[in-house]
Write a protein that binds this ligand. Structure first.
Ligand code: BTN
Length: 127
């Protein structure tokens, strides 16, 4: 079947968008994440992301990336997931994320959030 390459423009069920640039020969990539939602008081701005993906024969690779929200928030999010391509060529990125919010002291039980996001490719934008 068709192989999934992360390069391109994606949107998740929250309405957040990310643009992933070229995936390099060693699997590393970078891009930009525009979240639709935020905990921060300051207005949302685009944030840079950096990650890496496998190149597997079946074309449904696992990957991970980190988003540093430094332009408007003290928190950091890591995503890990897998790309799936169905028989019609439709790609989804099934992910889970962890968000660490800045805590005032160690052992803050409330400082980490976890969730899932599913991304689909924004049509005609597979750069
Ligand atoms: C912050 O609020 O401190 C920064 C923005 C965090 C947005 C989170 S990351 C996980 C989840 N998925 C999204 O697309 N947005 C939220």
């Amino acid at each position: 079947g068709q192989k999934c390459i992360l390069t391109g423009l994606w949107r998740n069920e929250l309405g957040s968008k990310m643009q992933i640039q070229e995936v390099k020969g060693d699997g590393t990539f970078s891009g930009e994440y525009k979240t639709a939602v935020s905990l921060a008081r300051r207005p949302i701005q685009p944030a840079s992301l950096n990650g890496s993906q496998h190149f597997d024969e079946a074309g449904q690779p696992t990957f991970g990336f980190t988003v540093n929200w430094k332009s408007f928030s003290d928190s950091t999010t890591v995503f890990t997931g897998q790309c799936f391509v169905d028989e019609n060529g439709k790609e989804i990125l099934e992910t889970m994320w962890l968000l660490r919010e800045k805590a005032k002291a160690p052992n803050g039980w409330e400082a980490t959030r976890v969730g899932t996001n599913v991304f689909t490719r924004i049509k005609g934008q597979n750069v």
